[in-house]
Design a protein around this ligand. Structure first.
Ligand code: ADP
Ligand code: MG
Length: 391
């Protein structure tokens, strides 16, 4: 994580005021892909990369947003903030302000400096990190304390309604609620969760394929429609099934012939993935890493073949990891069609694993991947106390 003391001095010299500083992490999803909008289960962990937000009040009626990542500053009137997105990075903090205003809060005048080391646009959710860091900073300034699951929901709404991306709740939830050295099994139906410990002997190795094949989101939309088609067919026979969360493989056997072949395959992925995700949490809780690895391998095959959300490069990244020393499990993580794979690797082998995987992938595809060795980090928090301790 970038040094909060450095952001403090950037903020101080730019705005002349002592800031309060908050941090919110990015995340990686260990298992549970495209299950969130079927009201199912996901199991992400927060990672060591985070976005910092430094905030201080102003007296001139302005909201001033500065990103050190973009070295860019924009000013707005607190009393007439934009009601719509502009396609600029400021949409992310402005979206949070719009949602808070919609909840009845008066947005005060303040300066906000943002700085993150979550790689932007790599599927590690720099967007959730900036939203949660902003929300924590602004709610602290106006002295409002939301329970973390509610804060996460407000941030998700800001991304859905203001930024215009139809993401589920997972990213904001894990950023706001993570616990160090744990994965979090989240029930997307009611936002209840269980922590599942990741042993200190296990590293999260995140390998970026450096490709993203479907940036328009069209594939996401079509997958979602197919999943909903399958649920609607089952609901004709079993009205209590409103989402695939409630469906079984037996339902697919009985009613699958009434669905399009693609809806049937997509539903098979979602139904089996839900079962696998709950089983993966159980495996972690019972220290059964072998079973966890098996479930991750099965999840990748399902994601690649039934959901058809992988690509040649991601399949290669997973395949090339298989016989490397220390591998526990590997799969493509995130929305699909490129992005990153997540590899659970014995800590003692993590560096060699990362180096060897990078070489193999470059030799196979001609692309140099970015590979990050992370551990499961804690959730969003105020960090000023620790800075004062070191300054
Ligand atoms: P991901 O969430 O996978 O990183 P997204 O496209 O959802 O990718 O979000 C990335 C966008 O979030 C960036 O293009 C930028 O607009 C915004 N963003 C994230 N972090 C920062 C930051 N520190 N400063 C300014 N904008 C940021
Ligand atoms: Mg995002």
């Amino acid at each position: 994580m970038y040094d909060p003391a450095q952001l403090r001095s950037i903020h101080l010299s730019r705005f002349g005021d002592e800031p309060a500083i908050f941090a919110a992490p990015g995340r990686v999803n260990i298992i549970g892909e495209h299950t969130d909008y079927a009201e199912g289960f996901v199991m992400p962990a927060a990672i060591d990369f985070a976005t910092l937000a430094a905030i201080s009040p102003r007296a001139d009626g302005k909201v001033v947003l500065y990103s050190e990542n973009y070295a860019e500053q924009r000013e707005f009137e607190a009393s007439s903030l934009p009601a719509e997105r502009s396609g600029h990075w400021t949409d992310y903090p402005l979206g949070v302000l719009a949602v808070l205003a919609g909840e009845g809060h008066t947005i005060p005048s303040f300066s906000l400096s943002l700085w993150g080391d979550v790689p932007l646009g790599s599927g590690l959710s720099s967007s959730a990190a900036i939203e949660v860091a902003t929300a924590l900073a602004v709610t602290a300034l106006i002295d409002v304390g939301y329970p973390r699951p509610v804060l996460a929901r407000l941030c998700q709404r800001s991304e859905n309604e203001f930024v215009g991306s139809s993401c589920g709740i997972m990213d904001q939830f894990i950023s706001a609620n993570a616990a160090e050295n744990n994965a979090l099994l989240l029930d997307c139906r009611d936002l209840t969760f269980r922590l599942a410990p990741i042993p200190a002997s296990v590293a999260l190795v995140i390998a970026n394929t450096m490709v993203q094949h479907a940036i328009t989101g069209g594939e996401y939309t079509s997958r979602r429609a197919q999943v909903e088609e399958a649920a609607a067919v089952i609901a004709r026979h079993r009205p209590e099934v409103r989402f695939l969360r409630d469906a079984t493989l037996d339902d697919l056997e009985r009613y699958g012939s009434e669905m399009s072949p693609l809806a049937l395959k997509r539903a098979r992925h979602v139904i089996t993935e839900n079962t696998r995700t709950v089983a993966a949490a159980e495996a972690l809780i019972h220290h059964d890493l072998k079973e966890l690895g098996r479930l991750m391998a099965e999840a990748h095959v399902s994601y690649s073949q039934d959901f058809e959300a992988s690509c040649e490069e991601a399949d290669a990244m997973v395949e090339l990891a298989q016989d490397l020393p220390g591998l526990i499990g590997a799969r493509l993580t995130g929305g699909g069609f490129g992005g990153c794979t997540v590899n659970l690797v014995e800590q003692q082998h993590a560096r060699e694993f990362a180096a060897a995987l990078g070489q193999r992938y470059a030799a196979r595809t001609g692309i140099i991947p970015q590979i990050h060795i992370c551990h499961a980090s804690g959730g969003a928090n105020r960090v000023q106390e620790s800075i004062q301790a070191v300054t």
